[in-house]
Design a protein around this ligand. Sequence first.
Ligand SMILES: [Zn+2]
Length: 370
Amino acid sequence: MKKILILLLVTLNLLATAQERCGTVAHTKSMIENIPEYAAARAKVNAQTNEWINNNPDLNQKVTIHIPVVVHVVWNTNQENISDSQIESQIDILNADFNRTNVDKINTPSVWQSIAADCDIEFCLAKVDPNGNTTTGITRTQTTYTSFTMNNDVKETANGGIDAWDNDRYLNIWVCDLGSGLLGYATPPSNWIGSTDGVVIGYKYFGNSNFAPYNKGRTATHEVGHWLNLEHVWGDNFCGNDQVSDTPSQEQENYSCPSFPYNANSCQTNNANGDMFMNFMDYTNDACMNLFTNGQKARMIAAINQYRPNLSDINKCEGGNVSITESTNSSKKLLKIVDVLGRDIKEKTTNTPLLYIYSDGSVKKKIITE
Ligand SMILES: [Zn+2]
């Protein structure tokens, strides 16, 4: 009995320390079980997406999509408080992978070179925050939590993390210690968007790092793929459906880095090329991955147009053109109040149009009535 117990403990310990490439499927299942609005909206996504793609066959006519990103670093130890340059390396990797400028694209087998996609999606660290103020696009929060799980505490200030910026206008990425070997997870899109929408990545795997074989920032590439509605290439079932026609069916996920061709004709005959194990939506090592396909691109562009229409905003990437905001957040200070002739108003004045000038350059016109 004692031997069995020890064996059981050892087995449990192995399970606990094994690396889990991605928690998105489990997390999405939990959202569907606990949030009826998300469950209802998510059930419609595949039909809506196929309809959008059918109505928009030529994606190359579209303009470049610019996605402003805020990276929330939530740290307990100094090691977890990753540097600005490590964060910037991750943004560079996202831009390379989503625009097919990744140097390892030459490793895509020649049979798939013609369907490898330049998705024309650019990411930037946001230069304008939700209040219209200038920002680095990085927030840093010290926490007493030594690690986080998929319960989304990291996304809430009240629970040791930090609240999201407007989920429909920014890609929120939280970087923290996910403990237990989990690399990252994301929230797939739908017409319902909640305050936990975004991507979480373990600090060891964000950007160029020292934690091989997940040291080339492909965890974020994979999770942002989920966030833009991509599924795993094996469709999360044996020879499952990933809703994309140009990725071959495959039995299950792949690890490490197989040699091409791998597992030929496993799910269908006439598939001598086997698994597309180098797709960003498989589980192989970072150095093994190198493409999204045109079918995956169509699904991501459809997701942005249908479910994240307020997201693409070049002004938030370039700064400068800060729009007047209606926000009343306390971080924006009232500088002075003037009348329409520009005269300072010191006393309470009623029934006269007044201009409230704020520290971020925004102006509000108000009339105080008795
Ligand atoms: Zn995944």
